[in-house]
Design a protein. Structure first.
Length: 291
């Protein structure tokens, strides 16, 4: 039912933009016995605290907000958004493949191997596993000389390690046999390897080969849809949508930045909207509760 606040236009409780504004600003759902309840007009606020009066004012403002659309959001300025996110994620660990590249593991075979290890595995697990593995074998020839059992023993901490061990050895053998020991910077060839999809292929091309490619993981997919910048159902659709509208200079950077941003700030549940550096641009699509 509609809720009237001291003669203001009706505020519907079922997910209106106005209510979402209120909940984002006061940080909780109001209760009927609170000073911001249904009779919280100016004359009914007792003045017990400035916070209570402030919450009542917010509710009155929200009641007269437009029924449709998002309140007080800026048009997307992707340059400004990327700059702000760059600053916000500096204290946090880098996305694992970019961290490996900074440590010198920036070859196409190393990046491809690391990306396979990362599938369904947290960066905190994958990174030390990859470093240990590369101490033993970094090139296709070195990996092909190992048995599947030896590889499996070294990557056992990752998810689906047995399958990954077979895939990594198979790729090493093919690279040696078909490509002279060097992974080609070719998306079609990369995706022909078993277990390699667009995400890993594009990360390899972007990091190891210097090509502008969009790589979409769960964080890039979730965050860009939450912004309302794209509206897609699957990462592959997000990749195509970003390729059509994101400036090419950010095609590689968006993965580097949004992975730590999605892990630490724009989290899957209860995102940290109160401290988000791009809140004024974000449409907060699907956000029902935040910190």
């Amino acid at each position: 039912p509609a809720l009237r606040l001291s003669g203001s236009p009706a505020l519907r409780l079922s997910g209106s933009p106005a209510l979402r504004l209120v909940r984002s600003r006061i940080g909780r759902r109001p209760t009927w016995d609170s000073p911001v309840g249904p009779h919280a007009g100016g004359a009914h606020v007792t003045g017990t605290s400035r916070a209570e009066a402030s919450r009542a004012r917010i509710w009155r403002e929200a009641a007269s907000a437009p029924e449709h659309g998002t309140v007080a959001k800026k048009a997307y300025d992707i340059d400004d958004m990327m700059r702000r996110i760059e600053v916000a994620v500096r204290p946090y660990p880098k996305a694992a493949l970019f961290e490996l590249a900074e440590r010198g593991y920036d070859g196409a075979f190393e990046q491809l191997t690391a990306c396979i290890l990362s599938i369904r595995t947290r960066d905190e697990v994958m990174l030390p596993t990859a470093l240990r593995f590369f101490e033993r074998a970094r090139t296709p020839a070195q990996v092909a000389a190992l048995s599947v059992e030896q590889i499996d023993a070294m990557i056992r901490s990752t998810s689906f390690h047995e399958r990954k061990a077979r895939q990594i050895r198979e790729i090493a053998e093919r690279v040696e046999r078909e490509h002279g020991g060097r992974v080609p910077c070719d998306a079609e060839v990369l995706e022909s390897f078993r277990g390699v999809g667009p995400k890993c292929a594009h990360l390899v091309l972007g990091i190891a080969c210097g090509e502008a490619r969009v790589s979409v993981d769960v964080h890039v997919h979730r965050v860009t849809n939450r912004w309302g910048y794209v509206r897609t159902r699957a990462p592959e659709q997000t990749m195509k949508a970003l390729e059509s509208k994101l400036p090419r200079r950010y095609w590689v950077e968006i993965n580097r930045l949004l992975v730590p941003f999605g892990k630490r700030i724009c989290t899957r549940t209860r995102p940290h909207c109160s401290t988000c550096p791009v809140l004024e641009y974000c449409r907060q699509v699907g956000v029902t509760e935040h910190r």
